[in-house]
Write a protein that binds this ligand. Structure first.
Ligand code: ADP
Ligand code: MG
Length: 621
Protein backbone atom coordinates (compact mmCIF):
# COMPACT_ATOMS: atom_id res chain seq x y z
CA UNK A 1 0.00 0.00 0.00
CA UNK A 2 1.39 3.39 -0.94
CA UNK A 3 1.46 5.96 1.81
CA UNK A 4 -0.68 9.10 1.28
CA UNK A 5 1.56 12.16 1.07
CA UNK A 6 1.42 15.13 3.45
CA UNK A 7 -0.88 17.70 1.95
CA UNK A 8 -0.85 21.42 2.58
CA UNK A 9 -4.22 23.12 2.30
CA UNK A 10 -5.48 26.70 2.59
CA UNK A 11 -8.03 27.71 5.21
CA UNK A 12 -11.38 28.91 3.91
CA UNK A 13 -11.42 32.73 3.80
CA UNK A 14 -13.99 33.11 6.59
CA UNK A 15 -11.82 30.89 8.75
CA UNK A 16 -8.78 33.06 8.07
CA UNK A 17 -10.74 36.08 9.13
CA UNK A 18 -11.80 34.41 12.35
CA UNK A 19 -8.31 33.14 13.10
CA UNK A 20 -6.93 36.58 12.55
CA UNK A 21 -9.34 38.03 15.09
CA UNK A 22 -8.66 35.28 17.60
CA UNK A 23 -4.91 35.56 17.37
CA UNK A 24 -4.65 39.33 17.28
CA UNK A 25 -7.45 40.35 19.57
CA UNK A 26 -6.51 41.80 22.89
CA UNK A 27 -9.00 39.42 24.39
CA UNK A 28 -7.92 38.81 27.94
CA UNK A 29 -9.91 35.75 28.90
CA UNK A 30 -7.62 33.30 27.22
CA UNK A 31 -8.76 30.63 29.69
CA UNK A 32 -11.77 29.82 27.59
CA UNK A 33 -9.63 28.03 25.01
CA UNK A 34 -9.67 25.02 27.30
CA UNK A 35 -13.41 25.15 27.81
CA UNK A 36 -13.89 25.10 24.03
CA UNK A 37 -11.57 22.15 23.47
CA UNK A 38 -13.01 20.18 26.37
CA UNK A 39 -16.51 20.84 25.13
CA UNK A 40 -15.55 19.50 21.69
CA UNK A 41 -14.10 16.40 23.33
CA UNK A 42 -17.28 16.00 25.36
CA UNK A 43 -19.44 16.37 22.24
CA UNK A 44 -17.39 13.68 20.51
CA UNK A 45 -17.83 11.42 23.56
CA UNK A 46 -21.60 12.02 23.66
CA UNK A 47 -21.82 11.00 20.04
CA UNK A 48 -19.74 7.92 20.78
CA UNK A 49 -22.01 6.94 23.66
CA UNK A 50 -24.92 7.26 21.29
CA UNK A 51 -23.33 5.07 18.62
CA UNK A 52 -22.49 2.47 21.23
CA UNK A 53 -26.15 2.33 22.19
CA UNK A 54 -27.15 1.86 18.58
CA UNK A 55 -25.04 -1.30 18.73
CA UNK A 56 -23.08 -0.48 15.64
CA UNK A 57 -19.74 -2.08 14.91
CA UNK A 58 -17.21 0.47 16.08
CA UNK A 59 -13.44 0.68 16.36
CA UNK A 60 -11.99 0.32 19.90
CA UNK A 61 -15.40 -0.53 21.30
CA UNK A 62 -14.22 -0.95 24.88
CA UNK A 63 -12.19 2.24 25.24
CA UNK A 64 -13.57 4.04 28.35
CA UNK A 65 -15.35 7.29 27.51
CA UNK A 66 -13.18 9.98 29.09
CA UNK A 67 -10.93 12.97 28.59
CA UNK A 68 -7.27 12.91 29.61
CA UNK A 69 -5.19 16.04 29.88
CA UNK A 70 -1.46 16.18 30.50
CA UNK A 71 0.99 19.05 30.45
CA UNK A 72 4.68 19.14 29.65
CA UNK A 73 6.33 22.16 31.23
CA UNK A 74 9.67 21.48 29.55
CA UNK A 75 8.26 21.52 26.05
CA UNK A 76 5.51 23.97 26.96
CA UNK A 77 2.71 21.85 25.62
CA UNK A 78 -0.70 20.57 26.62
CA UNK A 79 -2.15 17.31 25.37
CA UNK A 80 -5.90 16.64 25.40
CA UNK A 81 -7.02 13.14 24.55
CA UNK A 82 -10.58 11.97 24.12
CA UNK A 83 -12.00 8.59 23.19
CA UNK A 84 -14.86 10.11 21.24
CA UNK A 85 -15.90 9.50 17.66
CA UNK A 86 -12.72 10.94 16.17
CA UNK A 87 -12.41 12.32 12.65
CA UNK A 88 -11.50 10.85 9.29
CA UNK A 89 -9.18 12.74 6.96
CA UNK A 90 -12.11 14.39 5.19
CA UNK A 91 -13.72 15.31 8.48
CA UNK A 92 -10.50 16.90 9.69
CA UNK A 93 -10.47 19.04 6.56
CA UNK A 94 -14.16 19.89 6.67
CA UNK A 95 -14.43 20.51 10.43
CA UNK A 96 -11.17 22.28 11.14
CA UNK A 97 -10.50 23.95 7.80
CA UNK A 98 -13.87 25.62 7.35
CA UNK A 99 -16.45 27.11 9.64
CA UNK A 100 -19.71 25.42 8.95
CA UNK A 101 -20.76 25.12 12.55
CA UNK A 102 -23.12 27.49 14.27
CA UNK A 103 -21.09 29.01 17.10
CA UNK A 104 -18.34 30.60 15.07
CA UNK A 105 -20.69 31.69 12.29
CA UNK A 106 -22.88 33.55 14.76
CA UNK A 107 -19.80 35.05 16.25
CA UNK A 108 -18.57 36.37 12.90
CA UNK A 109 -21.95 37.85 12.00
CA UNK A 110 -22.38 39.53 15.34
CA UNK A 111 -18.83 40.80 15.17
CA UNK A 112 -19.39 42.50 11.86
CA UNK A 113 -22.60 43.95 13.29
CA UNK A 114 -21.00 45.32 16.39
CA UNK A 115 -18.08 46.48 14.24
CA UNK A 116 -15.53 44.89 16.55
CA UNK A 117 -16.45 47.39 19.20
CA UNK A 118 -16.21 44.89 21.91
CA UNK A 119 -13.89 42.02 21.35
CA UNK A 120 -14.96 40.57 24.66
CA UNK A 121 -18.06 39.23 23.00
CA UNK A 122 -15.84 36.35 21.96
CA UNK A 123 -16.67 35.09 25.40
CA UNK A 124 -20.38 35.24 24.67
CA UNK A 125 -20.08 32.75 21.88
CA UNK A 126 -16.86 30.86 22.11
CA UNK A 127 -15.03 30.57 18.85
CA UNK A 128 -14.76 26.83 19.17
CA UNK A 129 -11.70 24.97 18.09
CA UNK A 130 -9.89 28.09 16.89
CA UNK A 131 -9.72 29.39 20.43
CA UNK A 132 -6.69 27.09 20.70
CA UNK A 133 -4.74 29.63 18.67
CA UNK A 134 -5.13 32.23 21.39
CA UNK A 135 -2.48 30.31 23.30
CA UNK A 136 -0.77 28.09 20.73
CA UNK A 137 1.97 28.66 18.24
CA UNK A 138 1.12 25.32 16.70
CA UNK A 139 -1.72 22.85 17.13
CA UNK A 140 -1.53 19.19 16.15
CA UNK A 141 -4.70 17.16 15.94
CA UNK A 142 -4.24 13.41 15.67
CA UNK A 143 -7.50 11.65 15.13
CA UNK A 144 -8.90 8.28 14.27
CA UNK A 145 -12.55 7.76 13.55
CA UNK A 146 -14.78 5.18 15.23
CA UNK A 147 -15.53 3.87 11.74
CA UNK A 148 -13.86 0.55 11.10
CA UNK A 149 -12.19 1.50 7.81
CA UNK A 150 -10.31 4.54 9.09
CA UNK A 151 -6.55 4.52 9.60
CA UNK A 152 -5.80 7.80 11.40
CA UNK A 153 -4.45 11.22 10.38
CA UNK A 154 -2.65 14.20 11.78
CA UNK A 155 -3.74 17.76 11.10
CA UNK A 156 -1.34 20.57 11.96
CA UNK A 157 -1.39 24.33 11.71
CA UNK A 158 0.16 27.45 13.15
CA UNK A 159 -3.12 29.29 12.64
CA UNK A 160 -1.98 31.45 9.76
CA UNK A 161 -2.99 30.81 6.14
CA UNK A 162 -2.69 27.04 5.82
CA UNK A 163 -2.67 23.64 7.49
CA UNK A 164 -1.34 20.19 6.67
CA UNK A 165 -2.91 16.73 6.79
CA UNK A 166 -0.91 13.52 6.76
CA UNK A 167 -1.49 9.88 7.67
CA UNK A 168 -0.63 8.95 11.23
CA UNK A 169 -0.43 5.35 12.38
CA UNK A 170 -0.84 3.69 15.75
CA UNK A 171 -3.70 5.86 16.99
CA UNK A 172 -6.50 4.77 19.31
CA UNK A 173 -10.06 5.80 18.66
CA UNK A 174 -10.73 9.47 19.22
CA UNK A 175 -8.76 12.66 19.11
CA UNK A 176 -5.45 13.74 20.57
CA UNK A 177 -4.78 17.46 20.57
CA UNK A 178 -1.23 18.63 21.10
CA UNK A 179 -1.05 22.32 21.83
CA UNK A 180 2.39 23.85 21.56
CA UNK A 181 2.10 26.96 23.69
CA UNK A 182 3.13 30.48 22.80
CA UNK A 183 5.91 32.00 24.84
CA UNK A 184 3.43 34.27 26.59
CA UNK A 185 1.09 31.39 27.42
CA UNK A 186 3.61 29.18 29.21
CA UNK A 187 1.67 29.43 32.44
CA UNK A 188 -0.88 26.99 31.07
CA UNK A 189 1.70 24.20 31.09
CA UNK A 190 0.92 23.53 34.75
CA UNK A 191 -1.47 20.97 36.22
CA UNK A 192 -2.88 23.49 38.69
CA UNK A 193 -3.72 26.01 35.99
CA UNK A 194 -5.52 23.35 33.97
CA UNK A 195 -7.40 22.04 37.02
CA UNK A 196 -8.52 25.53 37.97
CA UNK A 197 -9.98 26.19 34.51
CA UNK A 198 -11.69 22.81 34.31
CA UNK A 199 -13.34 23.42 37.68
CA UNK A 200 -14.45 26.85 36.59
CA UNK A 201 -15.87 26.04 33.21
CA UNK A 202 -16.26 22.34 32.73
CA UNK A 203 -17.31 20.79 36.01
CA UNK A 204 -20.58 19.51 34.56
CA UNK A 205 -19.11 17.73 31.58
CA UNK A 206 -20.73 14.30 31.91
CA UNK A 207 -17.50 12.36 31.37
CA UNK A 208 -14.48 12.07 33.63
CA UNK A 209 -11.88 14.73 32.90
CA UNK A 210 -8.52 13.57 34.21
CA UNK A 211 -5.58 15.88 34.71
CA UNK A 212 -2.36 13.91 35.20
CA UNK A 213 -4.50 10.86 35.94
CA UNK A 214 -6.72 12.50 38.56
CA UNK A 215 -10.41 13.16 37.90
CA UNK A 216 -11.15 16.84 38.47
CA UNK A 217 -14.79 17.37 37.47
CA UNK A 218 -17.87 16.33 39.35
CA UNK A 219 -19.58 13.94 37.03
CA UNK A 220 -23.19 14.30 37.93
CA UNK A 221 -26.56 14.78 36.37
CA UNK A 222 -27.79 17.63 38.53
CA UNK A 223 -31.32 17.34 37.21
CA UNK A 224 -31.83 13.85 38.63
CA UNK A 225 -30.87 14.96 42.15
CA UNK A 226 -33.32 16.20 44.72
CA UNK A 227 -33.60 19.97 44.61
CA UNK A 228 -33.14 20.21 48.37
CA UNK A 229 -29.62 18.80 47.92
CA UNK A 230 -28.59 21.39 45.36
CA UNK A 231 -27.10 24.76 46.25
CA UNK A 232 -27.99 27.92 44.36
CA UNK A 233 -24.41 28.26 43.15
CA UNK A 234 -24.52 24.76 41.72
CA UNK A 235 -27.65 25.59 39.78
CA UNK A 236 -26.12 28.77 38.52
CA UNK A 237 -22.89 27.03 37.47
CA UNK A 238 -24.89 24.37 35.72
CA UNK A 239 -26.89 27.02 33.89
CA UNK A 240 -23.69 28.64 32.67
CA UNK A 241 -22.39 25.31 31.53
CA UNK A 242 -25.51 24.10 29.75
CA UNK A 243 -26.45 27.49 28.30
CA UNK A 244 -22.91 28.51 27.44
CA UNK A 245 -23.94 31.58 29.39
CA UNK A 246 -22.26 34.32 31.34
CA UNK A 247 -25.24 35.85 33.07
CA UNK A 248 -27.16 34.52 36.05
CA UNK A 249 -30.48 32.82 35.34
CA UNK A 250 -33.57 34.94 35.95
CA UNK A 251 -35.79 31.96 36.73
CA UNK A 252 -35.24 28.26 37.17
CA UNK A 253 -37.71 25.43 37.29
CA UNK A 254 -36.53 22.06 38.55
CA UNK A 255 -39.21 19.44 38.57
CA UNK A 256 -39.70 15.72 38.37
CA UNK A 257 -42.80 13.72 37.57
CA UNK A 258 -43.55 10.00 37.65
CA UNK A 259 -46.93 9.92 35.99
CA UNK A 260 -48.12 9.95 33.31
CA UNK A 261 -44.49 10.13 32.21
CA UNK A 262 -41.22 9.85 34.07
CA UNK A 263 -39.59 13.22 33.59
CA UNK A 264 -36.69 15.04 35.22
CA UNK A 265 -36.43 18.55 34.01
CA UNK A 266 -34.30 21.54 34.84
CA UNK A 267 -35.11 24.70 32.92
CA UNK A 268 -33.60 28.16 33.10
CA UNK A 269 -34.73 31.53 31.85
CA UNK A 270 -31.67 33.66 31.08
CA UNK A 271 -31.40 37.29 32.07
CA UNK A 272 -30.50 38.50 28.61
CA UNK A 273 -32.40 38.10 25.39
CA UNK A 274 -29.90 38.06 22.56
CA UNK A 275 -32.61 37.80 19.95
CA UNK A 276 -34.04 41.10 21.13
CA UNK A 277 -30.58 42.61 21.15
CA UNK A 278 -30.41 41.98 17.44
CA UNK A 279 -28.23 38.87 17.30
CA UNK A 280 -30.66 37.02 15.06
CA UNK A 281 -33.00 34.19 15.77
CA UNK A 282 -32.10 32.13 18.82
CA UNK A 283 -31.49 28.41 18.56
CA UNK A 284 -33.42 26.23 20.99
CA UNK A 285 -31.43 25.66 24.16
CA UNK A 286 -32.88 22.62 25.89
CA UNK A 287 -31.20 19.23 25.58
CA UNK A 288 -33.07 15.97 25.57
CA UNK A 289 -31.70 13.12 27.68
CA UNK A 290 -32.74 9.60 28.44
CA UNK A 291 -31.42 8.28 31.75
CA UNK A 292 -28.65 10.85 31.75
CA UNK A 293 -27.57 10.03 28.21
CA UNK A 294 -27.79 12.90 25.76
CA UNK A 295 -30.23 12.06 22.97
CA UNK A 296 -30.46 15.41 21.27
CA UNK A 297 -28.60 18.62 21.97
CA UNK A 298 -30.50 21.88 21.47
CA UNK A 299 -33.58 19.91 20.61
CA UNK A 300 -36.12 21.63 18.41
CA UNK A 301 -38.75 18.98 19.06
CA UNK A 302 -38.89 18.69 22.82
CA UNK A 303 -40.39 22.14 23.40
CA UNK A 304 -42.43 24.48 21.21
CA UNK A 305 -40.45 26.88 19.08
CA UNK A 306 -41.64 29.91 21.00
CA UNK A 307 -39.88 28.57 24.11
CA UNK A 308 -36.52 28.72 22.34
CA UNK A 309 -35.22 31.17 24.96
CA UNK A 310 -35.16 28.43 27.62
CA UNK A 311 -31.91 26.69 28.54
CA UNK A 312 -31.65 23.36 30.30
CA UNK A 313 -32.36 19.68 30.29
CA UNK A 314 -35.32 17.37 29.90
CA UNK A 315 -34.65 13.75 30.78
CA UNK A 316 -37.19 10.99 30.36
CA UNK A 317 -36.48 7.34 30.94
CA UNK A 318 -39.55 6.42 28.94
CA UNK A 319 -37.81 7.33 25.70
CA UNK A 320 -36.13 4.57 23.76
CA UNK A 321 -32.37 5.12 24.14
CA UNK A 322 -31.41 4.33 20.62
CA UNK A 323 -33.92 6.57 18.94
CA UNK A 324 -32.60 8.32 15.85
CA UNK A 325 -32.91 12.06 15.41
CA UNK A 326 -35.40 11.71 12.57
CA UNK A 327 -37.59 9.42 14.62
CA UNK A 328 -37.70 12.00 17.44
CA UNK A 329 -39.58 14.36 15.19
CA UNK A 330 -42.66 12.21 14.95
CA UNK A 331 -42.41 10.30 18.18
CA UNK A 332 -45.66 10.57 20.10
CA UNK A 333 -43.88 10.30 23.44
CA UNK A 334 -41.76 13.31 22.60
CA UNK A 335 -44.94 15.19 21.75
CA UNK A 336 -46.39 14.22 25.14
CA UNK A 337 -43.30 15.28 27.05
CA UNK A 338 -43.39 18.56 25.12
CA UNK A 339 -46.94 19.17 26.24
CA UNK A 340 -46.43 18.20 29.87
CA UNK A 341 -43.29 20.30 30.32
CA UNK A 342 -44.71 23.33 28.51
CA UNK A 343 -47.80 23.19 30.69
CA UNK A 344 -45.72 22.90 33.82
CA UNK A 345 -43.51 25.80 32.79
CA UNK A 346 -46.48 28.05 32.08
CA UNK A 347 -47.92 27.19 35.46
CA UNK A 348 -44.58 28.05 37.02
CA UNK A 349 -44.60 31.45 35.32
CA UNK A 350 -48.10 32.09 36.61
CA UNK A 351 -46.90 31.29 40.14
CA UNK A 352 -43.93 33.60 39.76
CA UNK A 353 -46.17 36.40 38.53
CA UNK A 354 -48.01 36.13 41.84
CA UNK A 355 -45.09 35.39 44.14
CA UNK A 356 -42.47 37.74 42.75
CA UNK A 357 -44.24 40.25 40.55
CA UNK A 358 -41.14 42.40 40.10
CA UNK A 359 -39.02 39.59 38.71
CA UNK A 360 -41.93 38.52 36.58
CA UNK A 361 -42.14 42.02 35.18
CA UNK A 362 -38.46 41.87 34.30
CA UNK A 363 -39.16 38.56 32.60
CA UNK A 364 -42.10 40.04 30.76
CA UNK A 365 -40.08 42.99 29.46
CA UNK A 366 -37.30 40.74 28.21
CA UNK A 367 -39.18 37.69 26.99
CA UNK A 368 -42.82 38.78 26.71
CA UNK A 369 -42.54 38.79 22.98
CA UNK A 370 -42.01 35.02 22.95
CA UNK A 371 -45.23 34.52 24.89
CA UNK A 372 -47.05 36.65 22.35
CA UNK A 373 -45.55 34.53 19.62
CA UNK A 374 -46.87 31.49 21.49
CA UNK A 375 -50.33 33.03 21.80
CA UNK A 376 -50.52 33.47 18.04
CA UNK A 377 -49.03 30.12 17.08
CA UNK A 378 -49.75 27.58 19.78
CA UNK A 379 -53.36 26.58 19.99
CA UNK A 380 -52.79 24.01 22.75
CA UNK A 381 -51.40 26.42 25.34
CA UNK A 382 -53.23 29.53 24.25
CA UNK A 383 -55.31 29.89 27.39
CA UNK A 384 -52.46 29.48 29.85
CA UNK A 385 -50.40 31.93 27.84
CA UNK A 386 -53.25 34.46 27.87
CA UNK A 387 -53.06 34.63 31.68
CA UNK A 388 -49.42 35.62 31.47
CA UNK A 389 -49.79 38.50 29.03
CA UNK A 390 -49.37 42.06 30.27
CA UNK A 391 -50.43 45.37 28.73
CA UNK A 392 -50.79 48.99 29.59
CA UNK A 393 -54.36 50.22 29.88
CA UNK A 394 -56.39 53.32 30.50
CA UNK A 395 -56.47 52.27 34.16
CA UNK A 396 -52.73 51.65 34.50
CA UNK A 397 -50.04 54.22 35.15
CA UNK A 398 -47.91 55.04 32.12
CA UNK A 399 -45.34 52.27 31.78
CA UNK A 400 -47.09 49.97 34.27
CA UNK A 401 -48.92 46.88 33.06
CA UNK A 402 -52.00 44.88 33.92
CA UNK A 403 -53.13 41.32 33.20
CA UNK A 404 -56.32 40.33 31.46
CA UNK A 405 -57.50 38.90 34.78
CA UNK A 406 -56.97 42.32 36.42
CA UNK A 407 -59.11 43.80 33.69
CA UNK A 408 -61.90 41.29 34.08
CA UNK A 409 -61.84 41.76 37.85
CA UNK A 410 -62.82 45.40 37.49
CA UNK A 411 -65.21 45.23 34.55
CA UNK A 412 -68.25 47.44 34.91
CA UNK A 413 -71.67 46.08 35.64
CA UNK A 414 -73.31 45.17 32.36
CA UNK A 415 -70.01 45.16 30.48
CA UNK A 416 -69.78 41.99 28.39
CA UNK A 417 -66.54 42.43 26.50
CA UNK A 418 -62.88 43.25 26.95
CA UNK A 419 -61.83 46.29 24.92
CA UNK A 420 -58.47 47.14 23.43
CA UNK A 421 -57.14 49.74 21.09
CA UNK A 422 -53.91 49.86 19.17
CA UNK A 423 -51.68 52.87 18.77
CA UNK A 424 -48.02 53.73 18.48
CA UNK A 425 -47.82 55.18 22.00
CA UNK A 426 -49.85 55.85 25.08
CA UNK A 427 -50.17 59.54 24.30
CA UNK A 428 -51.17 58.88 20.69
CA UNK A 429 -53.94 56.56 21.89
CA UNK A 430 -55.12 58.93 24.59
CA UNK A 431 -55.34 61.93 22.28
CA UNK A 432 -57.22 59.95 19.62
CA UNK A 433 -60.99 59.65 19.26
CA UNK A 434 -61.30 55.97 20.18
CA UNK A 435 -61.34 56.42 23.92
CA UNK A 436 -64.16 59.01 23.95
CA UNK A 437 -67.01 56.62 24.59
CA UNK A 438 -65.02 54.59 27.11
CA UNK A 439 -63.89 57.61 29.08
CA UNK A 440 -67.46 58.82 29.28
CA UNK A 441 -68.60 55.56 30.81
CA UNK A 442 -65.39 54.90 32.72
CA UNK A 443 -64.74 51.63 30.96
CA UNK A 444 -61.16 50.42 30.94
CA UNK A 445 -59.43 49.95 27.57
CA UNK A 446 -56.26 47.93 27.04
CA UNK A 447 -53.58 49.69 25.00
CA UNK A 448 -51.90 47.45 22.46
CA UNK A 449 -48.76 49.19 21.40
CA UNK A 450 -46.82 46.41 19.66
CA UNK A 451 -47.69 45.46 16.10
CA UNK A 452 -48.14 41.80 17.09
CA UNK A 453 -50.68 42.60 19.84
CA UNK A 454 -53.81 42.76 17.71
CA UNK A 455 -52.92 39.43 16.13
CA UNK A 456 -52.54 38.00 19.61
CA UNK A 457 -56.01 39.19 20.61
CA UNK A 458 -57.56 38.10 17.38
CA UNK A 459 -56.07 34.60 17.87
CA UNK A 460 -57.17 34.42 21.47
CA UNK A 461 -60.69 35.53 20.58
CA UNK A 462 -61.74 35.63 24.21
CA UNK A 463 -60.49 35.51 27.76
CA UNK A 464 -62.38 34.03 30.68
CA UNK A 465 -65.47 33.76 28.50
CA UNK A 466 -65.37 37.47 27.55
CA UNK A 467 -64.85 38.46 23.97
CA UNK A 468 -61.79 40.53 23.12
CA UNK A 469 -63.04 43.43 21.04
CA UNK A 470 -61.09 46.14 19.28
CA UNK A 471 -62.38 49.59 20.17
CA UNK A 472 -62.34 50.60 16.51
CA UNK A 473 -65.24 48.31 15.71
CA UNK A 474 -68.38 49.85 14.27
CA UNK A 475 -70.78 47.72 16.31
CA UNK A 476 -69.53 48.28 19.85
CA UNK A 477 -72.02 47.09 22.42
CA UNK A 478 -71.22 49.29 25.38
CA UNK A 479 -73.47 49.13 28.41
CA UNK A 480 -76.35 51.63 28.22
CA UNK A 481 -75.54 55.11 29.38
CA UNK A 482 -78.58 56.52 31.15
CA UNK A 483 -77.80 60.23 30.80
CA UNK A 484 -77.01 59.93 27.12
CA UNK A 485 -80.53 60.30 25.72
CA UNK A 486 -81.29 63.65 27.35
CA UNK A 487 -78.05 65.27 26.30
CA UNK A 488 -78.46 64.14 22.74
CA UNK A 489 -81.81 65.82 22.36
CA UNK A 490 -80.42 69.08 23.67
CA UNK A 491 -77.47 70.11 21.63
CA UNK A 492 -77.14 67.67 18.77
CA UNK A 493 -78.15 68.38 15.19
CA UNK A 494 -81.68 67.75 14.16
CA UNK A 495 -82.54 64.25 12.87
CA UNK A 496 -83.56 65.54 9.44
CA UNK A 497 -80.39 67.60 9.02
CA UNK A 498 -78.24 64.64 10.11
CA UNK A 499 -79.92 62.43 7.50
CA UNK A 500 -79.21 64.78 4.65
CA UNK A 501 -75.70 65.70 5.91
CA UNK A 502 -74.49 62.09 6.14
CA UNK A 503 -75.97 61.27 2.73
CA UNK A 504 -74.17 64.23 1.18
CA UNK A 505 -70.89 63.40 2.95
CA UNK A 506 -71.05 59.87 1.59
CA UNK A 507 -71.46 61.34 -1.92
CA UNK A 508 -68.41 63.54 -1.40
CA UNK A 509 -66.25 60.72 -0.09
CA UNK A 510 -67.63 58.11 -2.51
CA UNK A 511 -65.72 54.78 -2.30
CA UNK A 512 -63.34 56.09 0.31
CA UNK A 513 -65.87 55.07 2.96
CA UNK A 514 -68.46 52.36 3.23
CA UNK A 515 -70.90 54.49 5.18
CA UNK A 516 -71.13 57.84 6.90
CA UNK A 517 -73.30 57.77 9.99
CA UNK A 518 -74.06 59.53 13.21
CA UNK A 519 -71.88 58.42 16.08
CA UNK A 520 -73.15 57.40 19.48
CA UNK A 521 -69.70 57.10 20.96
CA UNK A 522 -67.98 60.41 20.36
CA UNK A 523 -67.69 63.15 22.98
CA UNK A 524 -64.74 65.44 22.23
CA UNK A 525 -63.77 64.41 18.70
CA UNK A 526 -65.67 65.45 15.58
CA UNK A 527 -65.26 62.19 13.68
CA UNK A 528 -63.88 58.67 13.84
CA UNK A 529 -63.05 55.85 11.45
CA UNK A 530 -64.54 52.53 12.53
CA UNK A 531 -64.33 49.03 11.24
CA UNK A 532 -67.59 47.63 9.87
CA UNK A 533 -66.49 44.01 9.43
CA UNK A 534 -64.75 43.86 12.78
CA UNK A 535 -62.25 41.24 11.72
CA UNK A 536 -59.09 43.12 10.94
CA UNK A 537 -58.18 46.04 13.16
CA UNK A 538 -56.49 49.09 11.71
CA UNK A 539 -53.22 47.96 13.25
CA UNK A 540 -53.44 44.56 11.56
CA UNK A 541 -54.31 46.21 8.28
CA UNK A 542 -51.24 48.41 8.57
CA UNK A 543 -49.01 45.39 9.03
CA UNK A 544 -50.60 43.51 6.15
CA UNK A 545 -50.04 46.51 3.89
CA UNK A 546 -46.42 46.85 4.98
CA UNK A 547 -45.61 43.17 4.71
CA UNK A 548 -47.03 42.79 1.21
CA UNK A 549 -46.48 46.01 -0.70
CA UNK A 550 -47.62 44.29 -3.87
CA UNK A 551 -50.54 42.51 -2.27
CA UNK A 552 -54.14 43.67 -2.22
CA UNK A 553 -54.39 47.30 -1.18
CA UNK A 554 -58.06 47.15 -0.43
CA UNK A 555 -58.88 45.73 2.94
CA UNK A 556 -62.50 46.85 2.79
CA UNK A 557 -63.74 50.40 3.22
CA UNK A 558 -64.31 51.74 6.72
CA UNK A 559 -67.18 53.70 8.19
CA UNK A 560 -66.88 57.36 9.04
CA UNK A 561 -68.87 58.25 12.13
CA UNK A 562 -69.53 61.90 12.89
CA UNK A 563 -70.23 63.61 16.18
CA UNK A 564 -73.41 65.58 15.58
CA UNK A 565 -72.94 67.45 18.83
CA UNK A 566 -69.52 68.79 17.83
CA UNK A 567 -69.25 72.43 16.73
CA UNK A 568 -67.22 71.53 13.64
CA UNK A 569 -69.90 69.16 12.36
CA UNK A 570 -72.66 71.60 13.20
CA UNK A 571 -70.75 74.33 11.39
CA UNK A 572 -70.26 72.03 8.44
CA UNK A 573 -74.00 71.50 8.06
CA UNK A 574 -74.32 75.27 7.90
CA UNK A 575 -71.33 75.88 5.59
CA UNK A 576 -72.69 73.38 3.11
CA UNK A 577 -75.54 75.76 2.27
CA UNK A 578 -73.23 78.80 1.96
CA UNK A 579 -70.01 77.60 0.30
CA UNK A 580 -70.37 74.07 -0.92
CA UNK A 581 -66.88 73.92 -2.50
CA UNK A 582 -65.22 74.75 0.80
CA UNK A 583 -67.58 72.42 2.69
CA UNK A 584 -66.51 69.54 0.42
CA UNK A 585 -62.87 70.21 1.21
CA UNK A 586 -63.65 70.24 4.92
CA UNK A 587 -65.36 66.83 4.60
CA UNK A 588 -62.33 65.38 2.86
CA UNK A 589 -60.05 66.85 5.47
CA UNK A 590 -62.14 65.45 8.33
CA UNK A 591 -61.96 62.04 6.70
CA UNK A 592 -58.18 62.22 6.25
CA UNK A 593 -57.69 63.37 9.83
CA UNK A 594 -59.78 60.48 11.12
CA UNK A 595 -57.82 58.05 8.96
CA UNK A 596 -54.58 59.38 10.39
CA UNK A 597 -55.93 58.93 13.90
CA UNK A 598 -56.79 55.36 12.97
CA UNK A 599 -53.16 54.93 11.98
CA UNK A 600 -54.09 54.34 8.36
CA UNK A 601 -52.33 55.85 5.44
CA UNK A 602 -53.53 58.87 3.50
CA UNK A 603 -51.81 60.48 0.54
CA UNK A 604 -49.86 63.28 2.23
CA UNK A 605 -49.41 65.45 -0.89
CA UNK A 606 -53.03 65.92 -1.81
CA UNK A 607 -53.85 66.33 1.86
CA UNK A 608 -51.35 69.12 2.39
CA UNK A 609 -52.47 70.87 -0.78
CA UNK A 610 -56.09 70.78 0.35
CA UNK A 611 -55.12 71.90 3.79
CA UNK A 612 -53.47 75.03 2.35
CA UNK A 613 -56.59 75.83 0.37
CA UNK A 614 -58.66 75.62 3.54
CA UNK A 615 -56.17 77.76 5.42
CA UNK A 616 -56.15 80.32 2.63
CA UNK A 617 -59.92 80.62 3.00
CA UNK A 618 -59.57 80.95 6.74
CA UNK A 619 -57.10 83.84 6.59
CA UNK A 620 -59.24 85.61 3.98
CA UNK A 621 -61.93 85.55 6.66
P1 ADP B 1 -18.55 23.49 17.25
O1 ADP B 1 -18.11 22.70 18.44
O2 ADP B 1 -19.40 24.66 17.61
O3 ADP B 1 -19.15 22.66 16.17
P2 ADP B 1 -15.74 23.88 16.89
O4 ADP B 1 -14.93 24.91 16.16
O5 ADP B 1 -15.50 23.81 18.35
O6 ADP B 1 -17.24 24.16 16.61
O7 ADP B 1 -15.46 22.47 16.25
C1 ADP B 1 -15.66 22.26 14.87
C2 ADP B 1 -15.98 20.84 14.56
O8 ADP B 1 -14.80 20.04 14.63
C3 ADP B 1 -16.92 20.17 15.51
O9 ADP B 1 -18.27 20.43 15.14
C4 ADP B 1 -16.58 18.69 15.35
O10 ADP B 1 -17.24 18.15 14.22
C5 ADP B 1 -15.12 18.73 15.06
N1 ADP B 1 -14.31 18.46 16.27
C6 ADP B 1 -13.65 19.34 17.02
N2 ADP B 1 -13.03 18.74 18.05
C7 ADP B 1 -13.33 17.43 17.95
C8 ADP B 1 -12.97 16.25 18.72
N3 ADP B 1 -12.22 16.33 19.82
N4 ADP B 1 -13.46 15.06 18.29
C9 ADP B 1 -14.22 14.98 17.18
N5 ADP B 1 -14.55 16.02 16.43
C10 ADP B 1 -14.13 17.23 16.80
MG1 MG C 1 -16.97 23.42 19.93
Amino acid sequence: MTQEPTETLEFQSETKKLLDIVIHSLYTEKDIFLRELVSNAADALEKMRHFNLMEQEVFDKDAPLEINITVNDKENSITIIDTGIGMTRDELVANLGTIAHSGSKTFLTSLSESAQKDVNIIGQFGVGFYAAFMVAKRVRVQSRSYQLGDTGHEWTSDGTGSYTVAPCSGLHRGTKLIIELNDNAKDYAKDDAIKRIIKQYSSFVPFPIKVAGETVNTVQALWTKNSSEIKDEEYSEFYKFIGNAYDEPLFRLHFSADAPLAIHSLLFVPKENFEKMGFGRMDPGVNLYCQKVLIEQHSDTILPEWLRFLRGVIDSEDLPLNISRQALQDNSLVAKINKVVTKRFLKYLDEQARKSPETYLEFWKTFGFFLKEGATSDFTHRESIAKLLRFESSASEAGAVISLADYVGRMKEGQQEIYYINGPSRSAIESGPYLDAFKKQQIEVIYTMEPIDDFVFSHLGEFDGKKLVSADRADLKLPEDKDEKKEEAKDHLDKAIVGSLTKWMKEVLAERVKEVCESKRLVDSPAIIVNPDGFMTASMERIMRASSPDGPKDFGAKNLEINTGHSLIKGLADLRTKDEALARMVVEQIHDNAMIQAGLMVDPRSMVERNYQILAKAVQG
